[in-house]
Design a protein around this ligand. Structure first.
Ligand SMILES: [Zn+2]
Length: 327
């Protein structure tokens, strides 16, 4: 026990208080990106579905969120905010101002209201997250279809010294065309980039990626019936020479960024691809053909509990639908 505690302490001490920490959370099929600044400010960009994001925030020692961002109103981005708002009482909520007519949306808004969170419409502005991290809010162009949640995704360009990260929700080609025209030079050369729409074949394009020239691409993805990530998107990321991480394969992906812009990467499961600007082979899909008849079988295999996105997870085994089976 003593040895374990010491190991945990050593691990924790490798993250210095001077570092910016970015975590692409393993929340199954959906997006959730947690940013913690060197001076302790925090932002959560999307929250996946269910309780997974809230549980991960707790495990990372988050006490209160300064900023919550809903990239758009679909459940795989906002569902988890119901639990995040209750537990972490975000001070401010940034969103696209486009209400979704779903029960999830209503529950999430009610949770933010109960938490006393102040709403902020995503317009072109810069938000200081602590003393050293800048968030440039990049709203969807006015030319995109007004009622399309994906097309109205909220873009955020984070800068910390020379380090840049861009998050663009599930933005559509109509969105990225406008973004490229209006913000091209600022977006150029992002270190870390979130794949649009979980690596769907309809969103990222060679033209858009040539504007950003991302070094690292992270895909927020879990078991799904949409074919995410698509072979087309994976080929685009490979062609541009980006290193690809995916939350279904690598679990939670963490970037620890120093003041000089250099960063290290770690993953919560499986071996990590080496972060390099050269093209690397795309990691093959994990073997997800494990199935369990019931929770007794899961426990017998020593696999309990199973989080959504992990091998063997199924809705059937997750009776309370919280994203964790056989807990
Ligand atoms: Zn989505």
């Amino acid at each position: 026990m003593k040895r374990l505690l010491l190991a945990a302490f050593l691990l924790a001490s490798t993250v210095s208080a001077q570092d910016l920490v970015i975590r692409f959370l393993d929340v199954g099929q959906g997006d959730a990106v947690l940013v913690t600044t060197p001076d302790g400010k925090s932002m959560l960009y999307d929250a996946g579905r269910g309780r997974a994001a809230a549980e991960l925030l707790r495990s990372f020692g988050v006490k209160q969120l300064d900023l919550a961002v809903m990239s758009q109103g679909d459940a795989d981005h906002i569902g988890g905010f119901e639990f995040v708002a209750q537990a972490f009482k975000p001070r401010t909520l940034l969103n696209n101002g486009l209400a979704a007519s779903t029960q999830t949306y209503a529950r999430v808004l009610a949770a933010f209201q109960a938490a006393g969170t102040q709403g902020l419409r995503a317009t072109a502005r810069t938000i200081n997250l602590g003393a050293s991290v800048k968030l440039q809010v990049i709203p969807a162009p006015s030319t995109v279809p007004a009622k399309d949640q994906n097309a109205n995704s909220v873009g955020v360009l984070l800068t910390y010294g020379t380090f840049k990260m861009f998050l663009g929700g599930d933005a559509e080609p109509s969105t990225t065309k406008g973004w490229a025209a209006a913000y091209g030079p600022q977006l150029r050369g992002v270190n870390v980039y979130k794949a649009l729409h979980h690596g769907s074949k309809h969103n990222d394009s060679a033209a858009w990626l040539s504007v950003l020239q991302p070094k690292v691409v992270v895909i927020g993805v879990g078991p799904n019936n949409y074919g995410h990530p698509s072979s087309e998107a994976l080929a685009l990321y490979k062609n541009i020479g980006a290193t690809v991480f995916r939350t279904d394969v690598h679990g939670t992906v963490t970037f620890t960024v120093k003041t000089n812009g250099t960063f290290t990467t770690s993953v919560s499961k499986g071996p990590a691809p080496t972060t390099t600007t050269k093209a690397v082979p795309v990691t093959p899909l994990p073997s997800s053909n494990v199935t369990y008849a019931n929770c007794s079988a899961v426990r017998a295999a020593g696999a309990a509990p199973i989080r959504v996105g992990e091998p063997g997870y199924s809705r059937k085994l997750d009776r309370d639908g919280d994203g964790i089976a056989c807990e």
